[in-house]
Design a binder for this molecule. Structure first.
Ligand code: GRF
Length: 200
């Protein structure tokens, strides 16, 4: 299966997926909307094709997404993995890749969709927090959940410590979700449901 990973910055989730060396998965390309994304250097160093589709060069979201979709399709993607990709995608884009588009979000969805999830979790006083891998559907951060990881919120936590604890789990669950997809075990059932086949 060919996998295209989209990043905007650090790319540590992309790195975790690449390092997982998932049998049957070929990382076809790493694409960034920002030319200075750190993740691009790691990918290039691994001999993975990289591309930049700079959103600032397009008049609107629709034009950017259309260009992005072309580059992705050019790599023959069976699966598109959003890994810290910080652009909201249009409904047209999402529908085009429906069922083969995954995202990771740093909270236990449906709690804390959107930005600054760790700060908001601390402010809310929740005792557990975490990360979610989900299929992307047109509503932001709302698609069917594939896998979640839970971490405790500890008394002395600040945003940075909590983020680091969550990130370590992201690096575990995202490769797992991609592995399931590649094994043909993830099935989007329409509406809000999905199924992981062959689990215990
Ligand atoms: C991760 O916390 C991810 O969940 C969020 O943005 C961060 C990206 O980190 N969407 P990285 O670029 O994968 O290191």
């Amino acid at each position: 299966k060919s996998i295209v990973i989209l990043v905007s910055g650090r790319g540590s989730n992309m790195e975790a997926i690449v390092r997982a060396a998932i049998p049957g998965a070929r990382i076809a390309a790493v694409i960034s909307n920002r030319p200075d994304a750190q993740g691009l250097q790691f990918a290039a160093g691994r001999g993975i094709p990289t591309a930049v589709v700079d959103h600032r060069h397009y008049p609107d979201r629709a034009a950017f997404d259309a260009a992005l979709a072309e580059v992705i399709e050019g790599h023959g993607a069976d699966l598109v993995v959003l890994a810290g990709f910080m652009r909201v995608l249009t409904d047209d884009f999402v529908r085009r890749f429906e069922g083969r588009l995954l995202n990771i979000h740093p909270s236990l969805l449906p709690s804390f969709p959107g930005l600054h999830t760790h700060r908001r979790a601390l402010e809310a006083g929740v005792r557990v927090h975490g990360a979610t891998v989900h299929f992307v559907t047109p509503a932001l951060d709302c698609g069917p959940v594939v896998i979640q990881a839970v971490v405790p919120v500890l008394p002395d936590d600040d945003e940075e410590r909590l983020a680091a604890r969550v990130l370590a789990e992201e690096h575990r669950i995202y490769p797992q979700a991609v592995r399931w997809f590649v094994e043909g075990r993830l099935q989007l059932e329409g509406g809000h449901r999905m199924r992981v086949r062959g689990e215990g």
